[in-house]
Design a protein around this ligand. Structure first.
Ligand SMILES: Cc1cc2nc3c(=O)[nH]c(=O)nc-3n(C[C@H](O)[C@H](O)[C@H](O)COP(=O)(O)OP(=O)(O)OC[C@H]3O[C@@H](n4cnc5c(N)ncnc54)[C@H](O)[C@@H]3O)c2cc1C
Length: 495
């Protein structure tokens, strides 16, 4: 039997897990990534927490809770896979050498985290090492720009080395999209800069269905004080300091208790949707503050507080006073439609991780994304190494992906990106309405039509990412306009 060639697009938790499994199953595997493997990924920036049915939480409990938080529009067969297989998937990684600690209903890799900011960096570093030991090859600093098909079956990918502008064409029997999310469509996001929704765009333009794209998870609390990084703070911060409006009203903890949650930490797992909407509505009336002056000297050493600050406490030495906070984009629940074998509608094309939709439904349980990337990464990898042929069913006609060219009359991609991010934040953020969504669609179309001026390798990278950004933004807007009523993370002001 000839050895299968598998290309994995993306070197975060999902891509690296898939690559290792495919290689161990006998395939010749190459991972392509926009940066250095593992770095600049949401996995590296993640807090390192997995929600997983272990140590007293039953699989049934996990299944029921995931559907309840997702408002029941999740794909139940994908949730079933997650609930039934995440424990074994994590144990599989532990066998391969990943350091994981298990507690009730959760697991974490924080003992290998280099700092508070990058809870998943040690984890993803271990995954890179394991993949390399398993003979996985890497092509770094390269952007995959389209999926190639011959006779309705995947035949490889086209890509560009953004440092040189050199195009590449790579052949494969199977391709796995593991490109993560697209938080960079928003002005306020905790996602690293390379999270531009490329996988959604690649799949959509190849004729694959995207689902639930309107469900974007916002974190209720993000730092919004000049001088502090634009970054999330755990909702459990409210268990350590007062969070108030301008008049000093502790509206946030009051609402959390009224909704029946024990504290902010519990609301962080199950109610990021309601908490973000509450925060955004309050902010429309005036600024919201986290009262860091509440923290006395010895309390700065508290591990729970340090965790909820999410950035090194030394950052706060000059901020022992009320600081502005505001919601921040965090995660995309929607994405590429897959079945429980991680197959898409195109023969030979698989997808896993945040690039996919269906597991989370309308809102995600905190910690389920890390369990998802590992569980579905293993499935995608094993299947891609096997007989990756099935009947292609296009969801729609494939759409061309025009090449990126520089025009002297064009706009610098960084400027275009910032304009798009502002429009998407203002019009497709935590609070949405019909007029705003329609205006967003118009602005996205306008951005798509603008010519680009490229003068440096970084501008080449930013230009290559524009298609992912505009396609992702337009998928969010299209989903949002169709869903007239509020559900989960999609909040319509009219209904
Ligand atoms: C601050 C933060 C904290 C979080 N904490 C947690 C947590 O504790 N628990 C939890 O469950 N979830 C958490 N999440 C969510 C979770 O981190 C992500 O959903 C998950 O890590 C996504 O993994 P992934 O492998 O799908 O994508 P990523 O890890 O984001 O990797 C994507 C990869 O795709 C590559 N790529 C993208 N486009 C292309 C292209 N065109 N060509 C080549 N390569 C490409 C990128 O370079 C990158 O290597 C957190 C997210 C953030 C931002």
């Amino acid at each position: 039997m000839t050895q299968k060639k598998v290309i994995v697009v993306g070197a975060g938790g999902a891509g690296l897990t898939a690559a290792t499994e495919a290689s161990m199953a006998g395939a010749d595997v190459t991972v392509i990534t926009k940066t250095s493997a593992g770095l600049g990924t949401c996995t590296a920036y993640g807090a390192g927490f997995f929600t997983v049915p272990v140590c007293g939480m039953s699989r049934e409990e996990h299944f029921t809770k995931t559907l309840e938080v997702g408002k029941g529009i999740n794909d139940p067969s994908l949730v079933r896979v997650l609930s039934d297989k995440s424990e074994d998937s994590l144990k599989r990684l532990a066998e391969l050498g990943v350091k994981i600690e298990f507690t009730r209903g959760s697991a974490n890799t924080r003992s290998t985290a280099p700092n508070e900011l990058m809870g998943g960096a040690g984890f993803v570093g271990q995954l890179v090492e394991i993949a390399k030991r398993s003979n996985v090859k890497f092509i770094e600093w390269t952007v995959v720009t389209s999926l190639d098909l011959i006779k309705e079956k995947i035949s490889g990918v086209s890509a560009v080395d953004w440092r040189t502008g050199k195009p590449l064409s790579l052949k494969a029997d199977a391709v796995i999209i593991a490109t993560g999310g697209g938080g960079q469509i928003y002005r306020r996001s905790d996602n690293p800069a390379r999270m531009t929704g490329d996988g959604y765009s690649l799949a959509k333009r190849a004729g694959v269905e995207l689902i639930d794209m309107e469900f974007v998870q916002f974190y209720p609390i993000g730092w919004a004080e000049p001088g502090l990084p634009v970054w999330l703070a755990d909702t459990g911060l409210v268990d350590h300091v007062r969070i108030t409006d301008d008049a000093g009203d502790e509206f946030f903890i009051r609402a959390i208790k009224e909704w029946g949650y024990k504290n902010g930490a519990e609301a962080n797992l199950f109610a990021r949707d309601r908490c973000s909407v509450l925060m955004a509505k309050k902010e429309e009336k005036g600024p919201v503050f986290a009262h860091l002056e509440d923290v006395h000297d010895e309390k700065w050493e508290d591990r729970g507080l340090q965790y909820s600050l999410t950035i090194d406490r030394r950052f706060f030495d000059h901020f022992r006073r009320p600081v502005r906070i505001s919601p921040i984009e965090h995660y995309m629940s929607g994405g590429i439609k897959i079945d429980d074998e991680c197959r898409t509608g195109i023969s030979g094309l698989f997808a896993c991780g945040e690039a996919t939709g269906g597991v989370d439904g309308a809102n995600r349980i905190g910690g389920n994304a890390f369990s998802n990337i590992v569980t579905f990464g293993i499935i995608a990898g094993r299947n891609a190494a096997g007989d990756a042929v099935w009947e292609t069913k296009f969801h729609h006609e494939p759409i061309d992906r025009p090449p990126v060219v520089s025009s002297e009359k064009g706009t610098e991609p960084s400027i275009l990106r910032a304009e798009l991010q502002k429009a998407v934040w203002d019009l497709l953020g935590p609070l949405r309405n019909e007029k705003g969504i329609l205006l967003a669609q118009e602005k996205i179309r306008d951005t798509e039509e603008r010519a680009l001026l490229i003068n440096s390798p970084i501008e080449m990278l930013l230009a290559l990412e524009m298609r992912g950004l505009t396609d992702t933004a337009s998928a969010v807007a299209d989903g949002a306009i169709l869903r007239k009523h509020s559900l989960g993370t999609h909040f319509r002001e009219e209904n």
